[in-house]
Design a protein. Structure first.
Length: 266
């Protein structure tokens, strides 16, 4: 026998269901508002930090150039009046100021990445890889290099920013294979969960996976600067660009057995 609701009971059920719907809608709206406020706060904080970094970087460069310039004048004009130790001190001073200027320039490049307007289009990453590696080989024509580039790898993204990504990843691979008798570099694409995953692979110095989380942090280095010079900002730039385009980037490696850097695009 089927039970039937009396009129007051039916009204109560309808009212209760409507109340639940109203509460759920209000809760969703409040969460959306909170999320929007937080996003706006984060965006404002990032813009303020970028402006601060840009201003500080510009303000620091002038005194650094004065230090380097006057140190050079001292060496040229008064070098004959200084002993060898005095000359070395001035040379150390110049080298330190020049290195700091390079770091500031790297910071400025990193800040520009977040400000540039993106224009999405089809980009041939294979052609980018070929042109970048051709330039690297011109700089060091005596290196023995084996290059494998997958043909016609097409991606959707900002062409200028993707060039920066490829320059940093291939430049990184080129640098960390400099001690190999024969350098082996590969650029290609694989599939993961139906999506393209682009990669740059090398047979160079590699790294310990224990420190993989430090790779994309600015100014973090897993190798001595004397062995492999650089500013420590390249991979941080790569990560920022990839995140801006809705993708992700990660790496796998083994000490003295090379590394592979992967990235996706949104």
């Amino acid at each position: 026998m089927r039970a039937t609701l009396t009129q007051p009971e039916a009204i109560l059920v309808v009212v209760t269901e409507t109340t639940h719907q109203v509460l759920a809608r209000k809760g969703a709206e409040e969460l959306a508002e909170i999320a929007q406020r937080r996003a706006a706060e984060v965006d404002a904080a990032n813009k303020e930090l970028e402006t601060f970094s840009y201003s500080v970087s510009h303000d620091l460069r002038a005194p650094l150039r004065h230090i380097d310039g006057f140190s050079k004048i001292l060496l040229q004009a008064y070098g004959d009046k200084l002993d060898q130790q005095g000359i070395e001190y001035l040379q150390f001073l110049r080298e330190a100021s020049q290195k700091m200027d390079q770091l500031i320039e790297a910071m400025l490049k990193l800040s520009r990445v977040t400000r540039v307007e993106m224009k999405r289009q089809r980009v041939n990453l294979s052609e980018l890889a070929q042109s970048i590696l051709a330039e690297l080989q011109k700089e060091q024509p005596n290196r023995q290099v084996r290059v494998t580039i997958a043909p016609d790898v097409i991606a959707e993204g900002d062409s200028q920013l993707l060039r920066v990504v490829m320059e940093n990843l291939l430049g990184n691979a080129w640098k960390f294979t400099s001690k190999c008798p024969v350098t082996e570099l590969e650029f290609g694409v694989a599939r993961q969960d139906g999506r393209p995953v682009y990669f740059v692979k090398d047979n160079g110095a590699g790294f310990d996976m224990v420190y993989a989380d430090k790779l994309f942090a600015a100014f973090q280095r897993l190798h001595q600067a004397e062995e492999y010079p650089g500013t420590g900002i390249g991979l941080a730039t790569v990560q920022r660009i990839i995140h801006r385009q809705g993708g992700r980037v990660w790496a796998e490696g083994e000490v003295d057995k090379g590394a592979t850097f992967y990235f996706t695009l949104g």
